[in-house]
Design a protein around this ligand. Structure first.
Ligand code: RTP
Ligand code: MG
Length: 149
């Protein structure tokens, strides 16, 4: 099923200079970037984005971290992209993430795990609309589309 998901290179990925390497994985896989924004997340947006974690012991640290510097927010489109991009990211705790995944290859600890990806269709829609206006999302064909699908 063709889907859209919300992905974000977190502040640690930006600071470490691996935005390109992370995006490249998704491009090579065959997913299409349909929106991207380099931005710093406000506390208000962080609270909305991580609403499901309000009240958990790690919540305050999570909000401080995600608002600590710029992130690259993106919308990707593709076949089963929500689950597939989560697989490419690897488990939340990089210690448990398999080699070959982004977190498994590039990260070491839970609170510096480089990338966010929506975990369901509902959250994908919710997060996309939190970060992007409809007019910021591109609808376009790529010459290689036929070679991927
Ligand atoms: P994300 O939302 O950032 O893509 O990560 P995720 O779905 O893999 O994990 P989630 O459960 O949504 O947790 C959000 C972020 O909170 C931090 N976390 N710390 N027990 C802990 O200390 C703990 N649990 C979660 C992680 O940085 C995780 O990415
Ligand atoms: Mg999550």
């Amino acid at each position: 099923m063709m889907e859209k998901t919300f992905l974000m290179v977190k502040p640690d990925g930006v600071q470490r200079g691996i935005i390109g390497e992370i995006i490249t994985r998704f491009e090579k896989k065959g997913f299409k970037i349909v929106a991207a924004k380099f931005m710093t997340i406000s506390e208000e947006l962080a609270n909305k984005h991580y609403n499901e974690h309000v009240g958990k012991p790690f919540f305050n640290d999570l909000v401080s971290f995600i608002t600590s510097g710029p992130v690259l927010a993106m919308v990707l489109e593709g076949e089963d992209v929500i689950a597939s991009s989560r697989q490419m990211m690897g488990k939340t705790n990089p210690h448990d993430a398999e080699i070959g995944t982004i977190r498994g290859d590039y990260a070491v600890v839970m609170n510096r795990n480089l990338i966010h990806g929506s975990d369901s269709k509902e959250n994908a829609q919710r997060e996309i609309s939190l970060f992007f206006d409809e007019k910021e999302i591109q609808d376009y064909d790529k010459a290689i589309d036929n070679w991927i699908h």
